[in-house]
Design a protein around this ligand. Structure first.
Ligand code: FE2
Length: 334
């Protein structure tokens, strides 16, 4: 991990609670010194927002203690707090925000609102020392192709995205309809091993894509075809769509660095396909370890630290939650 020690100790604590993972991380000059998490067990019923929020509320105190103990710090050693403002599930985001507000108020610490997608991207950029990569961000609720644009303000511009559901939720819905075990994305990958291709709809419009038609067709195909073949075809089709759209953006923007991040970046097959595509254009392809593609508090701490170092004024009135917090509305001030 890239670390620049500036000679002055500074610890920033980050709270992630946007979905079923509750994470607490601590960053110290770009070094991740703690990253602990607890995950709500979604079972086979999916996420029930109020139950997940209860889980986060019950666990946040002890998880914070665990994070501090991990790096031998006390709460008095923390210099700033960051929390996930969105996007995410409202009741879950609220638990992280309230804990952050309480800590900030009690210990008079500056408080920073962090966009979840920005955090996934920034921790990957930071680890590989990249300054201006093209990004494929893929998670349950999101699938976007992004890169920094300077106008009208410095932000992550969305070059392409899903017109309907995120690729992760698409894989989860398919797995549930096929009555597969939870940990759905990886279960689909396991079932798909050795499958044969069944034709399914492939929808890419420029750098945008849609997944619901593909999902519906795959669910229908389950009635007549082997699960293994349908799972294989679904995965190959969805990931090929993402690859095609990303390749178009890579060439259009003339980028020489590509990063893959977000929960679905843990997929070996998607990594493999993008790696081949990037290599064919002499572009460097980077993916962070799974610990940082799964939701985590370290990435929130890291971005809050970047905001603090960039001199972003911590303003309590902007420390709200926003379930649909668009990445392109965030000013990147570092
Ligand atoms: Fe995430």
């Amino acid at each position: 991990m890239v670390s620049v020690y500036l000679g002055v100790f500074m610890a920033v604590l980050g709270i992630e609670s946007s979905a079923h993972t509750l994470g607490i991380g601590i960053a110290d000059h770009g070094r991740i010194v703690a990253n602990v998490k607890r995950m709500y067990d979604v079972g086979d019923r999916g996420m029930i927002p109020s139950k997940v929020a209860d889980f986060h509320a019950k666990n946040i105190g002890r998880l914070m203690k665990e994070a501090l103990q991990h790096c031998g710090l006390g709460i008095g050693d923390i210099d700033a707090i960051g929390y996930t403002k969105g996007p995410g599930i409202g009741s879950c985001l609220r638990i992280g925000q309230l804990a952050a507000l309480a800590l900030s108020e009690r210990y008079r610490l500056p408080l920073y609102d962090v966009n979840h997608a920005v955090a996934h991207i920034e921790i990957t950029k930071h680890m590989f020392g990249l300054s201006d990569p093209l990004v494929l961000y893929v998670s349950g609720g999101n699938s976007q192709i992004l890169a920094i644009e300077e106008e009208p303000y410095r932000h992550y511009h969305v070059y392409g995205e899903t017109f309907d559901i995120g690729v992760g939720n698409m894989l989860d819905s398919f797995a549930r309809s096929a009555r597969l075990d939870p940990a759905w994305g990886s279960t689909v990958a396991k079932v798909a091993e050795g499958g044969s291709y069944v034709e399914l709809p492939y929808t890419v419009k420029g750098m945008d894509f849609t997944f619901t038609g593909l999902l519906t067709s795959a669910m229908k195909a389950l009635k007549t075809r082997d699960l293994k073949d349908v799972a294989y075809s679904l995965q190959e089709t969805a990931f090929s769509m993402l690859c095609e759209a990303t390749e178009r953006a890579l060439l259009l923007k003339g980028k020489k660095e590509l990063i893959l991040c977000g929960g679905v970046a843990q997929s070996k097959r998607l990594r493999e396909m993008l790696d081949i595509m990037a290599a064919s254009h002499n572009a460097k392809f980077c993916v962070a370890p799974n610990e940082f593609n799964a939701d985590n508090g370290a990435m929130i701490a890291l971005v809050a630290e970047k905001m603090l170092e960039a001199g972003v004024k911590a303003r309590i009135e902007r420390c709200t939650i926003n379930q649909k917090y668009r990445i392109d509305s965030v000013r990147i001030e570092w």
